[in-house]
Write a protein that binds this ligand. Structure first.
Ligand code: GLY
Length: 304
């Protein structure tokens, strides 16, 4: 399963734009399946899918990241392996084309779970990861979006769907989750965060249990929306706990998680979930969430 953000998605105003987004998600799902058909693991599949989502400027991650209060890109990402709960995360980084790949290196090549800002960048250099130039990240849409946020003097979710922001709605965070034929689950989430955010603000995406979670005994989860809401409800681990403690399937656990998110903090956003039996589910409190899934056989299914 992959998602490309939750919100009103009112920027998908015509069929041509809708097709552009739907085709991107479909192509990425097909690529993820191919990775596993060629013997790749769930972990490899989610890293590959998240990287492709980061490479597509329409999504708020990698090259399409939104801008902070200083007009700069600061990205967060995390990846988790359900086999042994190993995880890697980076926060407040810039100039890295694929933050999810740096998160994977934190997981496999360091003794830590999360590295941030300058430390994460030094680690990227240490691993030989190339730095992308500033202009790789600046799309005209993102510059205009920041201008609008500054005019309103507010912080905006990239894909806000509150009434007053109805003209500004765009896409958000990206994520990928997978179950491979060996029964291994994995999850990856990556984001530019929220528009006009304070410098140094970190959202839910790189926080294990909030924006990302994977445990072979329960499920894989990736979240999108207002990070602060998901951090306070530890939403991904909460959904996993519903499966572990209440023996729910993906659908029931997702519904219970969304109910908890809404009741506790009026949370704005959504999740995609695959349980250990391969059941897929999605839930969101926003008007829409672009997401899709693909199985071993059959066509990709993509939904707004
Ligand atoms: N969910 C993305 C963020 O709040 O940064």
């Amino acid at each position: 399963m992959v998602h490309g953000g939750a919100g009103a998605l009112d920027n998908v105003k015509d069929d041509k734009t809708a097709v552009r987004y739907l085709e991107s998600i479909r192509r990425i799902l097909e690529h993820g399946r191919e990775v596993m058909e060629l013997g790749g693991s769930a972990l490899q599949a989610v890293e590959a899918c998240a990287s492709l989502l980061e490479d597509d400027p329409v999504f708020n991650a990698g090259c399409g990241s939104v801008l902070n209060e200083n007009g700069k890109v600061e990205m967060d990402a995390a990846i988790m392996d359900g086999r042994d709960l190993s995880a890697g995360a980076v926060a407040a980084i810039d100039n890295i084309a694929n933050p999810i790949q740096l998160a994977r290196l934190v997981m496999t090549e360091s003794e830590h779970v999360m590295l941030i800002a300058e430390g994460a960048m030094r680690f990227a250099d240490h691993c030989g990861m190339e730095r992308a130039p500033e202009n790789y990240f600046y799309t005209p849409d993102r510059v205009e979006q920041l201008k609008q946020a500054r005019l309103k003097n507010k912080i905006m979710l990239d894909h806000d769907d509150t009434e007053e922001d109805s003209e500004d709605q765009k896409y958000g965070t990206i994520g990928a989750i997978a179950l491979d034929p060996m029964g291994n689950l994995a999850a990856a989430t990556s984001t530019g965060g929220i528009v006009n955010k304070r410098m140094g603000r970190v959202g839910d995406s790189p926080i294990v249990g909030s924006g990302v979670y994977a445990d072979n005994e329960t499920c894989a989860v990736s979240a999108t929306g207002y990070g602060e809401d998901f951090m306070r409800t530890v939403i991904s681990k909460t959904i996993s706990d519903f499966i572990y403690m209440k023996e729910m399937n993906a659908d029931a656990a997702t519904r219970a998680g969304i109910e908890y998110l809404t009741r506790k903090v009026k949370g704005r956003g959504g999740v995609i979930v695959i349980d250990h039996n391969g059941n897929c589910a999605s839930g969101f409190t926003t008007k829409k969430m672009i997401h899709g899934w693909i199985e071993h056989g059959g066509e990709a299914v993509v939904r707004f």
